[in-house]
Ligand binder design. Structure first.
Ligand code: COA
Length: 378
């Protein structure tokens, strides 16, 4: 069969059907199993959203209690894993430490190779729960601190924030962390979910697939933009300077971080939710500097590039929110990974219901068949 035509970047190539999520890029809407993220962020919590994505329906009260309890009980990480991670180079990227941690979790999980539906679901719960502990722990180790024991009295997101910062969050901080986990939980098939799916389609194990997802998310074209958006906001001193900054960067044909999206051609709905929480958090901290700079950049960008359909994406406002929660920028992408683990796994479990090995082709443009020349004759 001759193969012609290349779908560069697999742009708009559908590789599976799904009921897990859908994005309306023109209207700026994102739905998980039919529920809008705005409504989920307002009324739900990460435990319930995780159940929704894995089971493709909302849980009953009893099911939610049971699922939350299971997540809570799986939070600890074997000490052997901490002592290996403690010996990794202190300067190594946190995403690499997280990836190594997930591989180690797989290595230490005697049930990882089981393939029946119930066993896979239990493995999924173990990964989703422990990955948050891993992120908080490698973050602390990198700062020269010891990982903290999880607090069974806190929900998934609040416990994560506590394990990362050592401080129990107040009501607003707790809500913001929960919303962070909800809004990063799922986003159809970006590069990381696709990478995880490719690995899973070989019928490899869930840990290997999640590890591949982390590797893909690490890249600056995917999960790394939130750090760089915050760096930009922090390098600018006043809103007036922000306007000059944007005009200068655009004149030099450089991209402004936290703007533009392959799918959204209007406001990313998650950006608007983060923006409202940034307003509340800035009020609480009595520190509106990052908010005012981000607002000015937003209005200048819309004035300058609105006609090209370039609008703020989630990364413009998530970075300043994390900063005001007391988190260093190197943990931003790992938080994204911890929250997204459920989206990766939900897509894998859905795909396994009717698995087909993902095996694309390449169009060969090299030389025709020719004789091998031994090295001493070349
Ligand atoms: C996300 C991103 C890679 C999408 O790229 P894309 O699909 O190629 O973008 P588009 O094709 O819609 O871009 C249309 C035009 O707007 C410009 N543009 C897009 N994003 C821009 C940005 N953030 N700043 C300045 N100009 C931008 C493009 O250069 C292009 O200009 P041109 O018509 O003169 O060539 C890109 O917007 C980007 O690099 N954004 C910054 C990084 C970021 O925030 N990433 C996180 C995404 S969630």
């Amino acid at each position: 069969m001759s193969i012609t035509g290349v779908y560069k970047g697999l742009d708009n190539v559908p590789i599976k059907e799904t009921v897990i999520s859908t994005i309306d890029g023109e209207k700026g809407k994102l739905y998980y199993v039919g529920y809008s993220v705005e409504e989920l962020a307002e009324k739900s919590n990460y435990e319930e959203v995780s159940f929704l994505l894995l089971h493709k329906r909302l849980p009953t009260g009893e099911e939610l209690k049971d699922f939350s309890n299971k997540l809570m009980k799986e939070r600890t990480i074997p000490n052997e894993i901490w002592s290996i991670l403690e010996k990794t180079p202190p300067g190594a990227p946190l995403m690499d430490k997280l990836k190594a941690g997930v591989d180690l979790l797989g290595l230490f999980d005697g049930e990882a190779e089981k393939t029946d539906k119930a066993a896979r679901l239990s493995t999924a719960i173990r990964i989703i729960s422990k990955i948050a502990t891993l992120v908080a722990g490698v973050y602390r180790l990198k700062k020269g601190l010891q990982p903290l024991e999880p607090d069974p009295g806190l929900n998934h997101a609040s416990n994560f924030l506590y394990m990362a910062t050592g401080k129990k969050p107040n009501a607003l901080e707790s809500k913001i962390m929960d919303v962070t986990f909800i809004l990063h939980a799922e986003h159809e098939l970006p590069a990381s979910s696709t990478a995880a799916l490719v690995v899973a389609s070989t019928l490899s194990d869930l840990y290997s697939a999640v590890s591949a997802g982390i590797g893909a998310l690490k890249g600056p074209l995917h999960g790394g933009a939130n750090e760089r958006a915050l760096e930009m906001l922090m390098s600018i001193k006043t809103p007036e300077e922000a306007e000059q900054y944007v005009l200068r960067e655009l004149a030099s044909k450089r991209k402004i971080m936290g703007f533009g999206h392959r799918v959204y051609k209007t406001f990313d709905p998650r950006a608007l939710i983060f923006k409202s929480y940034l307003e509340q958090l800035s009020e609480m901290r009595k520190d509106r500097k990052l908010l005012e700079i981000a607002n000015r950049i937003e209005s200048v960008m819309i004035r300058e590039l609105g006609s090209k359909l370039i609008y703020p994406n989630i990364d413009l406002y998530s970075g300043p929110v994390f900063n005001l929660l007391g988190l260093d920028k190197e943990i931003f992408t790992p938080i994204f990974a911890a929250a997204r683990s459920v989206g990766w796994i939900a897509h894998i479990l859905e795909y396994w219901e009717d698995n087909r090995l993902i095996r694309p082709r390449a169009v060969y443009i090299g030389p025709g068949p020719r004789r091998y020349v031994p090295v001493d004759e070349r």
